[in-house]
Design a protein around this ligand. Structure first.
Ligand SMILES: [Zn+2]
Length: 252
């Protein structure tokens, strides 16, 4: 894995500078000279801080993934494909949710691909009724508003995962990984934290057969409470093995 740091030169550094100019706010307005100097380093650190990464000014796999920069060394061995389906805008922008999800899984060589995005246009009555998803989050969804929601927007391939974004649940939860039979999906509420989607996607990947479902360690992605975390959460070796064995985690 080629790391980019002070002194690096070449077209990849140019791509890095363009992405930093585009993704940081306010823009650092770096001159795209393809030379990694102190100003580029400063911008990398600012970006890493914003993304909850260690601000070391070195562009490794996590920072690359967060920037959406392609990985030249094929560090990824697996991929998961997500389809975003929204009936509500989220507090955290969708592209940030995607980047945070990518950062989590990149740690384990898993690439998170954005397969499609769709705003689900509902008629006013339906929009009103699904503004709050009533009922209980269960592994196997069969009826009720959970089922109604999860049938919207058409089927995605059984090897992919649909992520539904909603305003809120009647239960005090920010997400649910339960879904309809053979239709891998999860639901995330507007107020979900930056790693909420990664967490719910992990429920889908782990499947109900994996125990423990939740892990008390707050540094684990499967910590039960959706609190805002600054450090990118990880997974145990057993969780990673199970995730990679999932039908929705494809080898590349
Ligand atoms: Zn959970």
């Amino acid at each position: 894995m080629a790391l980019l740091s002070v002194g690096s030169r070449g077209p990849e550094v140019g791509t890095l500078q363009r992405e930093l100019n585009r993704q940081l706010f306010p823009s650092p307005n770096l001159i795209v000279d393809s030379i990694f100097g102190p100003l580029t380093q400063k911008a990398v650190k600012a970006f890493q801080t914003r993304e909850g990464l260690t601000p070391d000014g070195i562009v490794g796999p996590l920072t690359r993934a967060a920037l959406g920069m392609p990985n030249p060394d094929k560090a990824f061995t697996h991929k998961i494909r997500l389809h975003f389906r929204s009936i509500s805008l989220t507090d955290i922008p969708f592209n940030t949710i995607l980047a945070n999800t990518q950062v989590v899984y990149a740690q384990f060589g898993i690439k998170v691909e954005f397969a499609s995005g769709m705003s689900l246009l509902l008629d006013p009555a339906k929009a009103k009724s699904l503004e709050q998803i009533d009922g209980s989050c269960t592994w196997k969804v069969t009826t009720g508003e959970f089922a109604e929601l999860l049938q919207l927007g058409g089927r995605v391939p059984a090897t992919d995962i649909a992520v539904f974004f909603v305003d809120r649940f009647s239960e005090s939860i920010n997400g649910c990984g339960g879904h309809l039979k053979d239709r891998p999906a999860c639901i995330v509420a507007k107020a979900g934290s930056k790693f909420c989607t990664a967490h719910e996607v992990c429920h889908v990947l782990l499947t109900p057969s994996f125990a423990p479902v939740h892990i008390t360690d707050p540094n684990n992605l499967m910590h039960p409470v959706d609190v805002n975390r600054t450090k990118t959460p990880g997974l145990t070796a057993a969780q990673v093995t199970q995730v990679k064995a999932s039908s929705q985690c494809l080898t590349i």
